[in-house]
Ligand binder design. Structure first.
Ligand code: LLP
Length: 421
């Protein structure tokens, strides 16, 4: 995927410095082989189980990446009308699309019914009632699973933990039977199963074991209540190894074995929604050193990528390895690696030892394939970083750098503004 050949940093067989010189910086660079390998790990691990691997588009929704995964056989987990449109445009089969997300609007529900998606993961009774109203009004039947909140602590960052009772997600597991009873009375609704998702960047199987136990009990209860439960959506969440200092994440094999042990006896079809673990390590953000600045207490490496391009370090305090595009074998210098945005939070790393850098050198921020480009903003009127996909010794630009005029042209001065959006 990404490794040194000699002292040069390569994406597969393409030298990253050559890409940077050809395309300008900053840019995201993805490895096709990296994505494919990660996907195949799930496919292999779940062999023998009836599973749909629905890639969570939120991790990285570039059309080329969705399309690549669709060609490999993946379905999609979408959380908005926008993501649903992306999945359909990338030719993901509608019967492999699950629509999750906290609050689907009427137009989104209609779009999904038009497309004939596999399943809605419903997060509240009012949402269920809206789906029922719309589907019944069109003489259709929506296939639904309630997202169950199992009240399990996934022991991950508080901002990405989703399965505790105080989190906004899903139906509390203790009131699930009543919700299903109500669902069974509604027109336009076919109950197919249960869904869960307890968080992201999960580094232990224990929370899954706990949640799967609750789900198994619930499926038995729901069946006893007369509901035809044949699908369990397990959500996403397996973590990745961003740093050598963190616990290593469970493998897809270990995860699939746990599914077999805890849920295998239920004779269900499974859906999994991995995002991060498919794309995170298959992407880097390549940036150029603008200046090296001597502070009174620190050396700042000021690079041309910023928090608007890649939010994870400032938003979650996330560690990301930074690899120089050229190693020089020197003793190394401790830098604070920062971007040009006017906030102290615009910091990628503090006190990070790197080979001595000079203006014009390139660095790659690793583990940036997931929740990187998709979380970019236009803060400081910075243009979103383009994206490049490498395959072997070839590459293609899969998203162009926008231009300033089209960005600024979205705004109107008072006299030119209209009354509708
Ligand atoms: N399914 C559901 C319902 C989800 O909410 C998520 C992620 C996934 C699947 C995919 O989870 P994954 O396999 O990627 O862990 N921006 C944050 C991560 C937010 C995750 C939100 N939900 C970050 O950069 O760490």
């Amino acid at each position: 995927m990404f490794a040194y050949r000699g002292d040069d940093y390569f994406a597969e067989s393409v030298r990253v410095r050559d890409l940077a010189e050809a395309c300008g910086t900053p840019f995201y660079c993805y490895s096709r082989a990296g994505i494919e390998t990660a996907y195949r790990r799930y496919e292999t691990a779940f062999r023998g189980l009836d599973v749909a691997i629905c890639y969570a588009l939120k991790a990285n929704s570039n059309q080329a990446i969705i399309g690549l995964l669709a060609e490999l056989g993946a379905g999609a987990d979408v959380v908005s009308g926008g993501e649903l449109r992306r999945a359909l445009r990338a030719r993901v089969a509608p019967e492999k699309i699950v629509f999750a997300g906290v609050a689907k609007t009427a137009p989104e529900i209609e779009l999904a019914l038009d497309a004939g998606i596999r399943q809605f993961n419903v997060e509240s009774v009012p949402e269920l009632e809206a789906i029922s109203r719309i589907a019944a009004g069109r003489g259709q039947e929506a296939v639904v699973a309630f997202r169950i909140n199992p009240d399990v602590d996934a022991h991950t960052h508080e901002k990405i933990s989703t399965g505790k009772s105080e989190d906004k997600f899903g139906i509390p597991w203790r009131s699930a039977r009543a919700a299903y009873r109500h669902a069974a009375t509604l027109p336009g609704i076919r109950i197919a199963g249960v869904a869960m998702h307890i968080g992201s960047q999960i580094l232990s199987l224990d929370p899954y074991a706990q949640a799967f136990g609750r789900i198994a009990d619930l499926v038995a209860d729901l069946r006893a209540d007369g509901h035809a439960i044949d699908t369990i959506d397990l959500g996403g969440g397996l973590g990745v190894a961003y740093s050598n200092d963190q616990p290593s994440p469970p493998s897809a094999n270990e995860y699939a074995d746990l599914v077999r042990q805890t849920l295998g006896h239920l004779d269900c079809r499974f859906v999994i929604e991995p995002g991060r673990s498919i794309v995170a390590m298959a992407g880097v953000l390549v940036s150029r050193v603008i200046y090296v600045k001597e502070g009174s207490a620190r050396q700042f490496l000021i690079i041309d990528a910023a928090m608007n391009d890649f939010l994870r370090p400032s938003m979650y305090g996330a560690y990301h390895h930074i690899a120089p595009a050229k190693r020089n074998g020197g003793p190394g210098v401790a830098y604070d690696v920062v971007g040009p945005v006017c906030e102290t939070g615009d910091t990628f790393a503090r006190n990070r030892t790197l080979p001595e850098q000079a203006a014009g050198d390139f660095v790659a921020i690793e583990g940036a394939g997931a929740y990187g480009s998709v979380m970019a903003s236009g803060y400081n009127t910075r243009l979103n970083a383009p994206e490049i996909l490498v395959a072997g010794d070839d590459y293609r630009v899969i998203r162009k750098r926008p231009d300033y005029d089209s960005l600024i042209d979205l705004d109107f001065v008072w006299g030119d503004g209209e009354k509708t959006c």
